[in-house]
Design a protein around this ligand. Structure first.
Ligand code: F6R
Length: 261
């Protein structure tokens, strides 16, 4: 696992967007796994700016999002479909038919989850999965106790996730308590993982995910199992890491990061 610490949020975001853009440019029919949430808004703004500047082409890219609230239609401003349209898809040259999220209104939840897994497999699997991390350590909506071998399915959200996300809803109590999410096993199948963690609020959980024991109580710790994972943090989010000296030394001197310094 590569852990890269940038001095501020803006440079952590820029590095994340550049890694994604370079990967797309190297393989135009790229399969990109996407996340939502506050952390990712700046990444999508950066990718949209790079697209406008002709630095990345989404015309053949296919996307699969990690998760979607159950019970919200696509046009609900709190649905993740709406978020993705608003923050990324409406601003880049992607074919909307190539963008995928679970259908939060599906009546047969098991069939929807199976179809989502099948769509990813039919596409040839995810080349790069973008991840954030929740206050409770979740990736996607894999709440504490989610199995590391779990697949896409409907889940019940924790009180911590409710407190984290209900601020976006009006009234807050209207936030759905259930969501579809790719499983931890689904996420680990991606060929590369890029996780972005920013802000002091995430410092404690970042340290548990990156340096702590593998545990389903912090599903973000599963990234330690992935053979090609890079975790990018700003200085505030990295404050609790004991590996900071090594991380900085590796980023500043390992030739594989030369283009990104
Ligand atoms: C959402 C998702 C979540 C978020 C996490 C962090 O698609 O995958 O795991 O990445 O809840 O959210 P923010 O960035 O709002 O702190």
């Amino acid at each position: 696992m590569d852990v890269i610490i940038r001095p501020d949020t803006a440079s952590a975001v820029k590095l994340t967007a550049r890694l994604i853009a370079d990967a797309i440019n190297a393989k135009p029919d790229f399969k990109l796994g996407l996340a939502t949430g506050g952390t990712m808004e700046a990444v999508y703004a950066e990718l949209a700016a790079m697209n406008r500047a002709g630095q990345v082409d989404f015309s053949l890219v296919r996307t699969f999002n990690l998760d979607e609230y159950i019970g919200l239609p696509a046009d609900d401003p709190n649905s993740y479909r709406y978020y993705m349209n608003h923050h990324l898809f409406d601003h880049v040259n992607i074919d909307p038919r190539n963008t995928h999220l679970p259908d939060g209104m599906a009546t047969d939840e098991e069939a929807e989850a199976e179809a989502y897994e099948a769509a990813m497999a039919d596409a040839g699997g995810i080349d790069l999965q973008l991840l954030g991390i929740g206050n409770d350590g979740h990736i996607g909506f894999n709440e504490p106790l989610s199995s590391f071998s779990s697949r896409t399915s409907a889940r019940y959200l924790t009180p911590e996730t409710y407190r984290q996300n209900c601020v976006y809803f009006n009234p807050p109590e209207s936030m759905p308590r259930r969501a579809f999410t790719m499983g931890v096993g689904t996420i680990l199948d991606a060929r590369r993982i890029v996780m972005l963690i920013t802000g002091s609020r995430k410092a404690a959980i970042a340290a548990r995910a990156i340096e702590g024991p593998l545990t389903s109580m912090v599903t973000g710790s599963a990234v330690q199992l992935h053979p090609d994972a890079v975790v990018i943090l700003d200085a505030e989010a990295a404050a609790g890491l004991t590996c900071r000296e090594y991380c900085d030394d590796a980023f500043n001197n390992d030739p594989k990061w030369a283009a990104y310094r």
